[in-house]
Design a binder for this molecule. Structure first.
Ligand code: NAD
Length: 431
């Protein structure tokens, strides 16, 4: 058996441990709310760490063994819930951090889910569609009973999409037997509409980011349509956020992705950029803007910066060049702790990831509810309920921020931790 040459090993990450960042954030908030033991120890560790190595035959007949992860952080409030990431940098440390953030995100959003995350160390762009289908199906098989509609429910994240969720659902359904074909659809969310997905799920995270921005505008007395914005990432989250913000009158000055960075100070026409990216695989070469150095994404003078790509993007060095007044963290973990300290000192407001990007998991919850009842909601209904939950979470954070005199991130954690601690206190800890 010969290893395929195009399969790249995971890139060595130069940054600090993402899981350490997540644990540090947790402990800071735990100190603030006086979280007692054993809640503190329980919530600073994942409950289960599943690692699978699984073989898949490639189109040229060779075999490759892939490594996949599923980290189940906590399920005291409800089934484990969180996305699946397919990216060359996926490793245990990253997935552990992302899983912990899901626990706090769901508690903050007030939805009955716990936290989990998974992924495969792979660059999906290196594989054909039929190879990807076999990889996704075999990964689902390898996870086996570790996932389930009442146990652990994956969803899309970086490098995964609705088609892959359909394959997971179909594989799981076939493994479950004919008697439960209809009842296990909710094993995964973010499916296509034809396979039991929810209207509004595709755009939900971007929509939630925009509702977050609107809430901040209301809080500080700004007009949404007066804001200039830079966006990093033009995938599911970045593209939907940009489209919706553009429609509401915002000026999107700079957009960057893995292919390049483009700038137009009069505003990039997002209606034209969307089809361009779909046809060309990235923003590079878009005729309605000029190509600029990647660092201009951070240093360009805008009101709002929206990171919607990967973690650890806003470093201390980059933070020193930033002049925005607000960062809305559409991505998970985009700001390093050192950068956050500097930005906070400079008066830059940060809407933290567990609050800003909760729209995706909120509509995943709606999809799961619709699958359970086999009755489906209109897009208006989904959006109305989404806005209510996002705004309720923001209201709770604003109140806590004032009462604890802390940052928005600390307040978001504090709200989540108090809700989790309340459940532990009432249920007790087995045995
Ligand atoms: P995606 O794969 O659809 O898009 C990722 C984007 O990031 C792409 O445009 C890619 O070009 C860009 N990118 C990758 N590397 C980059 C680099 N080095 N510099 C600049 N851009 C780069 O992923 P997504 O689903 O849009 O997720 C983006 C972020 O949002 C992630 O942090 C994810 O965890 C978070 N998130 C996603 C969801 C969801 O529903 N998809 C929900 C909550 C949070």
């Amino acid at each position: 058996m010969v290893a395929k040459t195009k399969a790249k090993p995971a890139a060595k990450k130069a940054q600090r441990s993402l899981h350490q960042t997540a644990v540090d954030q947790f402990h800071r908030a735990a100190d603030l709310v006086g979280l007692p033991e054993p809640h503190r120890s329980i919530l600073s560790h994942p409950k289960n760490e599943v690692i699978v190595n699984f073989p898949v035959q490639l189109d040229d007949g060779r075999w490759e063994v892939f490594r996949g992860f599923r980290i189940q952080h906590n399920n005291i409030i409800g089934p484990y819930k969180g996305g699946l990431r397919f990216h060359p940098d996926v490793d245990l440390d990253e997935v552990k951090a992302l899983a912990a953030w899901m626990t706090f995100k769901c508690a903050l959003a007030g939805i009955p889910f716990g936290g989990a995350k998974g992924g495969v160390t792979i660059n999906p762009r290196d594989y054909s569609d039929s190879e990807m289908e076999r990889i996704v199906r075999r990964f689902t098989h390898a996870l086996g009973a570790n996932i389930g509609p009442e146990h652990d429910i994956p969803a899309p994240d970086v490098g995964t999409n609705a088609m892959m969720m359909d394959w997971i659902m179909d594989t799981y359904t076939n493994l479950s037997g004919p008697g439960s074909r209809q009842t296990v659809k909710g094993v995964v969310t973010g499916k296509s509409l034809a396979c039991g997905g929810s209207l509004g799920r595709n755009a939900a995270t971007g929509q939630g980011v925009l509702y977050s921005l609107r809430h901040w505008c209301g809080e500080v007395g700004e007009r949404l349509d007066s804001l200039s914005i830079s966006v990093q990432g033009f995938g599911n989250v970045g593209a939907h956020f940009s489209r919706l913000a553009y429609k509401d009158g915002c000026t999107i000055k700079v957009v960057g992705d893995h292919t390049g960075t483009i700038r137009n100070d009069d505003g990039i026409d997002i209606e034209e950029l969307g089809p361009w990216v779909a046809d060309n695989g990235g923003v590079d070469g878009f005729p309605g803007a000029r190509a600029v150095d990647a660092e201009e994404l951070f240093s360009t003078d805008v009101d709002v910066f929206v990171p919607a790509a990967l973690e650890n993007q806003i470093t201390l060095e980059r933070a020193r060049t930033m002049t925005c007044r607000l960062i809305v963290e559409a991505a998970n973990g985009p700001t390093t702790p050192e950068a956050e300290e500097l930005l906070t000192e400079q008066g830059v407001a940060i809407v933290p990831d567990i609050l800003a990007n909760a729209g995706g998991v909120i509509v995943s919850y709606f999809e799961w509810l619709q699958n359970k009842s086999s009755s489906y909601w209109s897009e208006e209904e989904v959006d109305r309920r989404l806005r209510t939950l996002v705004w309720d979470a923001h209201d709770a954070v604003v109140v806590t921020k004032k009462s604890l005199n802390c940052t928005r991130r600390e307040a978001a954690y504090a709200v989540a931790l108090e809700r989790l601690a309340d459940v532990y206190d009432r249920r007790g800890i087995f045995p």
